[in-house]
Design a protein around this ligand. Structure first.
Ligand SMILES: [Mn+2]
Length: 276
């Protein structure tokens, strides 16, 4: 159970769902172990978050545990989609802990008319990858085909030439544009209004902050970029996932520690204000 998640389902505002799935990982597998590792890591922080003046022990959080069908993408997708649909119908905020990134389209299709924000080093805009339509390398493509308000990927610094030639609209903001500008927050949030779903691929962060991922890429974002972004967007958010943590390749739990804190930051920024 995630720390502080001792609220009953019916009265919870936030519902945590683990998805121990990494069937399509192409390079360094292991994301299936991430939900348990993040739950363990969640006991390492003070419940009180000084920068928001909020304690997560005052928040109504329920941990639903892990979904059970992780044998194929389709089975996982069906159970995950049904689970998230129920949480959304019950007017609760789902927080999904992956698992690899291929889980995200099944979460996002459970929502109606949201703006999808993806933090990812990779554009993931291939139509299929290694013969699979629903792979962690096709995530943005699948989401862009849904009937949502829009999709944007921030922190991108890797794509194939095929994907690069395919792009005819500003789908992404590169990590170089974000790292090199003072107004990156305005650029990231300018065209967003209404409900936002946030998908965080841990590889958006620089490998020095997040070495334990499936496909690490240098020149990434810092944790503070995330903190400022989520503080600005918190009241728009309706759901979130944290994916691609690969504990097997982590070092001293650095990446797991950060992944866990991202979830704390969600709670903190929704209940308080990032002021100190
Ligand atoms: Mn990625």
């Amino acid at each position: 159970m995630f720390a502080g998640a001792n609220c009953e389902y019916h009265s919870a505002d936030y519902v945590i769902i683990g998805v121990p799935f990494d069937l399509t990982s192409s390079f360094r597998a292991g994301a299936a172990m991430a939900p348990d590792v993040i739950r363990q890591m969640s006991y390492g922080f003070e419940p009180y978050m000084m920068e928001y003046d909020v304690s997560i022990s005052d928040m109504k959080i329920h941990d639903l545990g892990d979904i059970s069908s992780c044998g194929s993408v389709e089975d996982m997708g069906e159970e995950l989609n049904n689970t998230v649909k129920k949480v959304v119908d019950d007017d609760k905020f789902p927080i999904v802990i992956g698992g690899e990134h291929s889980i995200s389209p099944y979460i996002i299709s459970a929502f109606e008319d949201v703006f999808v924000l993806i933090l990812d080093a990779h554009l993931d805009f291939r139509d299929s990858y290694e013969g699979m339509k629903n792979s962690h390398a096709t995530v943005t493509r699948r989401i862009s085909e849904m009937d949502h308000k829009g999709v944007k990927v921030y922190g991108v610094r890797s794509m194939s030439e095929y994907e690069s030639n395919l792009l005819n609209k500003p789908l992404f903001l590169s990590s170089y544009e974000i790292l090199g500008s003072d107004d990156y927050l305005d650029r990231m949030t300018n065209d967003i209004d209404g409900d936002v779903y946030l998908s965080v691929d841990m590889d958006v962060f620089d490998p020095c902050y997040a070495p334990g991922v499936g496909n690490p890429e240098p020149y990434g974002l810092t944790p503070l970029h995330y903190k400022k972004l989520i503080s600005m967007l918190s009241s728009n958010l309706v759901g979130m996932d944290v994916v691609e943590l690969s504990p097997r390749y982590d070092h001293g739990g650095i990446t797991a520690n950060l992944a866990t804190k991202l979830i704390y930051d969600l709670f903190g920024s929704r209940a308080g204000e990032f002021t100190r």
